[in-house]
Design a protein around this ligand. Structure first.
Ligand SMILES: Nc1ncnc2c1ncn2[C@@H]1O[C@H](COP(=O)(O)OS(=O)(=O)O)[C@@H](OP(=O)(O)O)[C@H]1O
Length: 392
């Protein structure tokens, strides 16, 4: 086997020629490619290794659309990692209007979630699919940055490791919302997607629903589902241990609802902070960012600064009115749902008080009305006896 070095674009590419099978394989020479550089993928089997890539590195790949042409695909510079039902779509729609930002798109050119790694179980196998991943993020020009919006990433313990491998300097955005309200929104989202059913024993579950309840689901269905999730978690995990919510939250059992577990933000974010410097993570509070259009635009500006693109006047975009009109019309199209039962709210508020206090400790600058006092003043974790009683 011989290897030769070529300088292609900005990078030195090592091409390994295997004499036995006569194939040429190329990979990046020494170190990671610099963000903003374009790496030419010399031959179809060029082995650019995931551990040599980084956020913002662009690769020229043979285009599937253009005959014999190439298109530029960039490793995302930003990932909106969650949380689900915390305004991530709104954020994505604005960012996608920015002339220097692009995300994955559907056939009509409308921005869509990628969720590429959402179900990943193995970090190395997933990172090895980098070419497929990157090809979801086309750029018109090399100075465009791409971003991934996948609100499920934050809950999968494998995804921080994949992104650390593939894009160590990626910027991460997390939006957080009162977890009690988030849980109810999540439940109605699952109901809308026919994932809620009532089993013979009266328990409402979220997956594999054969005879789904019709949308909107009732507040008492939500109450049942919450209590079922709580009682299962207390049976399976030890509610009196300090990392109870973290184990509950990283449980990836099939067929289980996780509407409650998804709200344990501190546990989820701690896993990302183990692998990424804090400066690479921006946490936005949903209630503040949706308070008014001006607040939404201010949050979008924060993200622009964070990712390093110049401010954009969204009112100058012809599509902004369309995006806002479509988004404003959604609630009436989807149908409103009844308010949550006050007993369910009480139980959830109680469950989340300790975890919310942990979030406040982890991010002292976060200012949200639902954040409880610091963990020194509140129960540091969910109160085990209340859980055993199912909050009744
Ligand atoms: N501007 C504004 N004002 C008020 N509420 C807003 C706004 N933008 C998003 N939302 C609410 O956020 C919920 C959807 O969040 P996501 O886009 O993150 O959902 S998803 O995870 O992508 O499905 C969903 O919450 P619920 O209505 O409670 O279900 C949206 O209504």
């Amino acid at each position: 086997m011989t290897s030769i070095f070529l300088r292609i674009g900005h990078e030195q590419v090592q091409v390994i020629v295997s004499s036995r099978r006569g194939e040429a394989r190329g990979c990046l020479g020494g170190g990671r490619a610099r963000p903003g550089s374009v790496v030419t993928d010399v031959v179809a089997s060029c082995r650019v290794n995931a551990t040599r890539l980084d956020a913002g590195v662009c690769i020229e790949l043979a285009s599937r659309r253009l005959l014999r042409g190439v298109s530029i695909h960039c490793v995302p510079s930003l990932a909106v990692i969650g949380a689900m039902k915390c305004g991530t779509t709104n954020l994505m729609l604005y960012l996608a209007l920015h002339p220097r930002l692009r995300t994955s798109e559907n056939a009509l050119g409308w921005p869509v979630e990628s969720r590429f790694f959402s179900r990943a179980l193995d970090e190395i196998a997933a990172a090895d699919r980098w070419r497929e991943y990157v090809s979801r993020y086309p750029a018109r020009r090399a100075n465009e940055l791409t971003f991934d919006k996948s609100p499920n990433y934050v809950v999968n313990p494998v995804v921080p490791r994949i992104l650390r491998r593939l894009a160590p300097s990626i910027k991460l955005v997390m939006t957080v919302r009162d977890p009690t309200r988030r849980a109810y929104s999540h439940f109605q989202h699952d109901c809308r997607n026919a994932r809620i059913a009532r089993r013979g024993d009266g328990v409402v579950r979220a997956v594999g629903a054969k005879r789904p309840l019709s949308y909107p689901c009732e507040a008492r269905d939500f109450d049942d589902m919450v209590r079922a999730e709580v009682s299962r978690a207390t049976r399976v995990f030890n509610a009196s241990t300090p990392d109870f919510e973290c184990r509950w939250s990283s449980n990836r059992g099939r067929g289980d609802s996780s509407v409650v577990a998804r709200g344990f933000y501190a546990c989820q974010l701690a896993r990302w902070l183990d692998l990424f410097p804090r400066e690479q993570l921006l946490v936005l509070v949903f209630e503040k960012f949706v308070a008014s259009r001006a607040d939404t635009l201010a949050a979008v500006s924060r993200v622009e600064r964070f990712v390093g693109v110049e401010p954009f006047d969204y009112d100058s975009s012809l599509r902004v009115k369309l995006v806002e009109r479509v988004y404003a019309a959604l609630p009436s199209r989807l149908g409103a749902y009844e308010p949550m039962d006050s007993r369910t709210k009480l139980l959830l508020d109680h469950i989340y008080c300790g975890p919310n206090a942990k979030l406040a400790d982890l991010f002292p600058d976060l200012d949200a009305p639902w954040l409880c006092a610091t963990s020194k003043n509140s129960s540091a974790s969910t109160n085990a006896s209340t859980l055993r009683r199912g909050g009744r």
